[in-house]
Design a protein. Structure first.
Length: 327
């Protein structure tokens, strides 16, 4: 597949892309060039700040706008500024980001700026009722905004099954229904959840919820929602099986019906993406560890064009044939 690496002067990951004012803006995590031990909790992802990237178009020069937000400026956060996203409303820009709070639990915060590239001023506290990681923001045609979020393992989704944090809680296993990503509507001021947090359920073609043991298809982390030809597309990482897959629905809240694989495994453990339309073409933004030669916490964001078939399915992209089925 043909792809383009977007930054080589720093390591970047988890790219959330949007078009604002006719320009492409990418909101990635900023991986640090440090050597740390890996863990299932993701302790190696010790990010401290965000840089926003932008470009006139898919082939144009990429600008790094510098530090848009630093953990030291976020009163409620202690460490690990993981995958962010941003959106615009009435000329203001809202950066949504997960980080560990002072009690070591992941929460989701919001910071506000006057320009898409920031700088962003964080709210004093995290979004009330937020938990886990990987916020993605979707604006529907009626002007409502929704945030999808959640991640297993280091993302702590297993710990919130009762609605409160339970430190030793474990996730479902085998034939039990898989844990779901979450979705909440945003309030008019974009700063809080409007009402409750709901499951984004993914079902198979017979309408049966995917099971926890179905690691090829069940949700792990990195949600993204977009709309194509009137259908909602929910895409995400399968984590342990390292694919980006997708499901479709007629309602933003789901249930979504599983469809297939968008991106087969990349070099490195994590895989994380976003999908955006720009001037009539559709692009996948993702990351891999090719430049660091496989160091999980030194990732690089890339983009590649995606193609829809006439029936609305998405053609699978294969970055590296040799990685399929290897892990
Ligand atoms: O970048 C840290 C974490 O790695 C993200 O939050 C996950 O989606 C995974 O990419």
């Amino acid at each position: 597949m043909k792809s383009r690496e977007l930054a080589t002067h720093i390591y970047t990951a988890d790219p959330s892309a949007h078009e604002f004012n006719g320009r492409l803006y990418v909101y990635p995590s900023h991986d640090r060039d440090i050597d740390v031990a890996y863990s299932d909790e993701g302790d190696e992802y010790l990010m401290e700040d965000y840089h926003v990237l932008s470009m006139d178009g898919p082939d144009a020069e990429v600008i790094d706008h510098g530090i848009a937000l630093h953990v030291d400026d976020v009163q409620w956060a202690s460490k690990q500024m993981w995958a962010p996203d941003a959106h615009e409303k009435n000329g203001k820009y809202y950066l949504y980001f997960p980080a560990r709070d002072k009690e070591n639990n992941f929460r989701i915060g919001v910071a506000v700026g006057d320009k898409p590239e920031g700088p962003f001023v964080p709210e004093k506290d995290y979004i009330k009722g937020s938990f886990s990681i990987d916020p993605c923001v979707f604006k529907d045609d009626d002007g409502s905004y929704y945030v999808g979020f959640g991640g297993l393992w280091g993302g702590q989704l297993e710990k919130w099954q009762t609605g409160s944090f339970v430190a030793d809680a474990e996730g479902p296993k085998g034939d039990e229904p898989a844990l779901c990503a979450k979705i909440a509507k945003l309030t008019g001021d974009m700063l809080q959840f409007d009402g409750g947090v709901h499951d984004i359920q993914v079902v198979d073609k017979d309408g049966k919820p995917l099971t926890a043991g179905d690691e090829e298809r069940r949700y792990f982390e990195g949600p993204w929602i977009h709309k194509y030809n009137g259908k909602y597309y929910f895409s995400y990482s399968t984590g342990t099986t390292h694919c980006i897959v997708y499901a479709t629905a007629d309602n933003v809240m789901g249930p979504y019906t599983y469809q297939g694989v968008i991106l087969t495994p990349v070099e490195g453990w994590t895989t994380h993406h976003s999908i955006v339309e720009f001037k009539g073409k559709w692009y996948l933004f993702y990351h891999d560890c090719e430049r660091s030669k496989g160091i999980n916490n030194k990732r690089s964001v890339k983009m590649a064009e995606i193609t829809y078939n006439e029936d609305g399915t998405i053609q699978t992209l294969v970055p590296d044939e040799s990685l399929i089925g290897k892990r």
